[in-house]
Design a protein around this ligand. Structure first.
Ligand SMILES: Cc1ncc(COP(=O)(O)O)c(C=O)c1O
Length: 373
């Protein structure tokens, strides 16, 4: 145990102080320019991200949740369409489908990577299926080659929820560019985090990109003439300005996450009652979360020990989507996804943010070793 060391689950103070003067300079420029809605910073950010990802169109959005919602709107999803999605993910993935009157069809996840079991997708496809919505959970890309093949076979688009996977790759290709449309979040805890809410949609499809840009401003084109019922889904100019400052640092942030993960993986290997996460072959994992499984019903005990030693942790996610109160009507209670249910009882995410110090990591490791030897 490293005495006197506190390890918050997530802490941006050091990351912020490194970019403080640049960010403040940027905010001051925006303040002076006085153009706060879809201004130059947004245009620059969209160009920079498109270049970074290697894709034609990047469209800044108000949040990751809205990025998914608008994507489904652009694809015309509503009643009685079905959208395939994993049952072990953040609520926003499936709620977008429901908000539009569609039906989420849940597919179980693999415990090896917590991502959708691609082998189980085919059996859930029906005549009503209008999209497959994949999530690259915890910063690691799902089996996209196989999933894209299924999408092509049934002629349905594949949407990537990349909220947790900015910068992640499969076979050298960026997440968000592997399916038809990618949706990102810049919530502060993400690999590229803003100072509030924002998100992005990316695609190579010119028509979809055009429709999403129009939906972002109340379906309006030209001004005050409304082609569609859209909404206000704009990214904020200040967020775009900050993200322009942070984007050049994102690879260093991810490198630090990878370094922290490597330390955990080596040090925790062989402990009892623990299953460590792994980087699937062909993947470049960004470790947005470092999520272990604690077996034999010991998770509560481990949580108590972490708490007693001033170590933050989180449980992503304590209840799968197919067991959520408000989604019950879409689900057969006799057929809940069993891996997702098991994962929800066993997962525990440890601090992994880029600026963790070696003392902090050693403190987490020593604490776990003491309980799980
Ligand atoms: C997998 C997943 N999808 C969607 C979202 C929604 O993103 P946001 O919080 O930016 O709306 C998040 C993040 O919170 C997420 O983790």
């Amino acid at each position: 145990m490293v005495h006197g060391v506190k390890v918050p689950f997530f802490d941006l103070k050091n990351q912020n102080s490194e970019i403080k003067s640049e960010a403040m300079g940027k905010f001051s420029e925006i303040f002076d320019a006085g153009a706060f809605i879809l201004g130059e910073e947004v245009t620059i950010f969209e160009k920079n991200v498109a270049e970074y990802l290697g894709i034609k169109h990047a469209i800044g959005m108000s949040s990751g949740s809205d990025a998914i919602l608008v994507t489904l709107m652009a694809l015309g999803i509503g009643e009685p369409n079905e959208v395939i999605c994993p049952s072990f993910t953040f609520f926003a993935t499936a709620s977008a489908v429901v908000r539009l009157g569609g039906i989420p069809v849940f597919v179980d996840v693999d415990l090896a990577d917590f991502n959708i079991s691609w082998e189980k997708i085919r059996e859930k496809i029906s005549a009503k299926t209008k999209a497959i919505l994949v999530v690259h959970l915890f910063g690691q890309v799902a089996f996209m080659d196989e999933i894209v093949k299924i999408g092509r076979e049934f002629n349905i688009p594949v949407i990537e929820d990349c909220a947790q996977s900015f910068g992640a790759k499969r076979h050298e290709r960026q997440s968000g560019t592997l399916g038809n449309i990618g949706c990102f979040s810049f919530f502060p805890t993400k690999n590229l985090g803003g100072f509030g809410d924002s998100g992005l949609v990316c695609t190579d499809d010119d028509d979809i990109a055009e429709k999403i840009k129009i939906l972002r401003v109340h379906g309006m084109k030209p001004r005050y003439f409304h082609r569609y019922v859209g909404g206000n889904f704009r990214i904020d100019e200040l967020q775009a300005g900050l993200l322009n400052v942070k984007l050049p640092h994102v690879e260093a942030y991810i490198a630090n996450r990878r370094k922290n993960a490597a330390i955990y993986l080596e040090a925790l290997n062989g402990l009892n009652s623990i299953v460590l996460p792994k980087e699937i072959e062909g993947n470049f994992h960004t470790w947005n979360q470092f999520t272990i499984r604690i077996l034999n019903g010991k998770r509560d005990e481990v949580c108590r020990a972490l708490q007693a030693n001033d170590i933050g942790y989180n449980i992503y996610y304590p209840l799968p989507l197919d067991a959520q109160e408000c989604l019950k009507s879409f689900v057969d209670p006799q057929n809940l996804t069993s891996n997702a249910m098991l994962a929800s009882k066993e997962v525990l995410s440890l601090p992994i943010y880029p600026e963790l110090t070696s003392d902090q990591i050693l403190h987490v490791i020593a604490t776990l070793k003491q309980i799980l030897h």
